[in-house]
Design a protein around this ligand. Structure first.
Ligand code: PAJ
Length: 286
């Protein structure tokens, strides 16, 4: 597994490729990342994974300095999943002295994660656009687990005519239903099991919808009831929104575009998850 730190070497290594699949990450790779890499492998000539813990997207008091890192294991996971090379730029390469540009996506960035984590999506948007410009991939792969991030990235690509196809991939989960996340490593196995209540709550809401609830209060009420059984949950938000714009919905009019999103702190760790609202929840738990 080739590790490349310099953008010039990266360009040279990718020269002549018919198609390039790109999976941007912050490392500490798990099964969710591996799924994106496998998908990129299946659809492209060359596959690049970037690992960059982006300081610009962490707020004051967030976990930048303790964000988990394990490059040896990342090389193994990326290699097994089919990556050709890892792009590992330094902070000085990405943000040299004088760096002054920010990418701001209004609307879709303003609510939910954006409201709770001031500046977060500006940091994500800026680094993603920069990485896309450095790698120049044919396709870039993002997880639905970070639904709002995916919506922000799709908005940038559409608004700024970035020549890339954005591919959204379903959320990979633990057997308990907990969405896989690098941050799960902050939790003990028992805490991880208890944290799966977030997914159970989303499933309960899906179930209420499948049984005929159409108004957001009734759908969200079913999720709140499930959350009430787990005292460790400090709920940040639970919202029913239109999936592309993230605009709040008072009722589900068009299924398949409605999305339920949740963020909560459990045992000191902030976790997020989301599911689509589909008439049959067993067919759409991604
Ligand atoms: P990171 O959290 O490392 O995630 C990298 C990619 O993996 C994202 O597209 C994320 O949605 C996806 N992913 C994470 N957990 C997943 C899961 N359980 N199932 C499916 N996909 C999953 O997201 C970031 O990094 C950063 O914000 C980044 C886009 C790299 C910009 O810095």
């Amino acid at each position: 597994m080739e590790l490349i730190e310099s953008p010039t070497e990266l360009r040279a290594a990718l020269g002549g490729a018919d198609s390039v699949g790109f999976v941007p990450t912050m490392g500490y790779l798990h099964g969710g990342h591996a799924h994106l890499i496998e998908r990129a492998r299946a659809e492209n000539d060359r596959v690049v994974v970037s690992i960059f813990v982006n300081p610009l997207q962490f707020g004051v008091g967030e976990d930048l300095s303790r964000y988990p890192r394990d490059l040896d294991r990342d090389r193994q996971v990326a290699g097994t999943a089919g990556a050709d090379l890892i792009f590992l730029p330094s902070v000085a390469t990405m943000y040299p002295a004088g760096f002054a540009t920010r990418v701001d996506v209004s609307g879709v960035s303003d609510t939910l994660e954006g409201a709770s984590r001031s500046g977060h999506f500006t940091g994500v948007a800026t680094v993603v656009l920069k990485l896309l410009n450095l790698v120049r991939p044919t396709r870039a792969y993002f997880g639905e687990k970070d639904w709002q991030q995916l919506a922000v990235v799709r908005r940038i690509v559409r608004d700024l005519d970035v020549p890339v196809e954005i591919v959204g991939c379903p959320t990979v989960r633990e057997p308990s239903g907990l969405a896989r996340s690098s941050r799960n490593s902050y939790l003990t196995p028992e805490q991880q099991d208890r944290a799966s209540v977030l997914f159970r709550a989303l499933r309960a809401a899906q179930g209420a919808y499948a049984r005929g609830a159409g108004r957001s209060e009734a759908i969200l009420g079913a999720a709140r009831e499930a959350l009430a059984g787990e005292p460790a949950v400090e709920l940040d938000y639970l919202a029913l929104v239109e999936g592309e714009t993230l605009a709040p919905l008072t009722a589900v009019v068009t299924p398949h575009t409605a999305r339920l999103l949740i963020a909560a702190r459990l045992f000191g760790v902030r976790l997020i998850d989301n599911v689509p609202l589909v008439p049959d929840p067993s067919g759409g738990t991604a």
